[in-house]
Design a protein around this ligand. Structure first.
Ligand code: TMP
Ligand code: ASP
Length: 235
């Protein structure tokens, strides 16, 4: 599939048109940002690693009946995907307390949650992706009632699949972010990526962080953490 005009460049990816109207090529960059782009850097090899990691997760989800935008892996750092009209909601699922939840509710990092928490954020870089709830989504018509129900159902199902898969690899899925969109067939699909950039992944025994928190918090060994995740996923 041929890479044509670049139609979008984000903080961690570039998106290209292809010869087909409803397909895009996503190229994963080594660039990393945090705190709404305030912190900038590069993680050597990240683009290649994330393209491979996200492919493993999306293939697994597709096998389990989750509709995803992923079609196939192309080059080292590229995937072919269905073009989506992205819904402006970011879904975060949390299994263990970490990140912004520690601050918001004054909870200790690493505390177990009695059941997974689903949060919605409004996807807006200018506003710093503020936390919203279902009433905001309805009032602002960010999604229809049916889409909202489907998004919640799929998100919890994705969480169960990933938690079990990762537990087998000795990894705790602490939390992660999902994005959904509508295809040209008007169906809902999981979009974006699933990688150490948008998941918190801890070694189950040592609780060592194997994700982008190593970059956010200057913990070092960032690239080797991403490599470790890929190695375990392939085991
Ligand atoms: P948070 O604890 O900072 O709210 O993050 C929750 C999860 O969402 C974590 O796995 C990282 C991911 N995330 C993104 O993918 N993009 C973002 O912009 C933010 C803030 C978090
Ligand atoms: N990717 C986001 C940013 O650049 C935030 C993050 O992942 O921490 O701001």
């Amino acid at each position: 599939m041929e890479k044509l005009k670049m139609i979008y460049e984000g903080k961690a990816k570039k998106v290209y048109e292809t010869g087909k109207e409803d397909q895009i090529i996503i190229e994963y960059k080594d660039d990393a940002t945090a705190f709404d782009g305030e912190k900038k850097g590069q993680i050597v090899g990240k683009g290649r690693l994330n393209a491979e990691i996200t492919t493993i997760f999306f293939d697994l989800l597709a096998e389990q009946g989750i509709p995803t935008h992923h079609i196939s892996k192309l080059g080292e750092r590229e995937i072919l995907a269905r073009k989506l009209d992205i819904i402006l909601i970011e879904v975060v699922i949390r299994n263990i307390v970490a990140g912004s939840l520690t601050k918001r509710l004054g909870l200790a990092e690493g505390s177990e949650l009695k059941e997974p928490i689903l949060e919605f954020y409004y996807k807006s870089d200018e506003l710093g992706d503020p936390l919203i709830n279902e009433y905001h989504i309805r009032a602002e018509e960010l999604a229809t009632e049916e889409e909202l129900a489907e998004i919640k159902g799929l998100s919890f199902k994705i969480n169960s699949i990933l938690v079990d898969f990762l537990a087998d690899k000795g990894i705790d899925l602490v939390d992660f972010k999902l994005e959904f969109g509508k295809g040209s067939d008007d169906k809902l699909y999981l979009g974006d990526e699933i990688s150490p950039d948008n998941c918190r992944l801890w070694d189950s025994k040592s609780k060592k962080k194997l994700d982008k928190d190593r970059f956010r918090r200057d913990l070092g060994e960032v690239e080797s953490a991403y490599q470790e995740i890929l190695k375990r996923l392939k085991e």
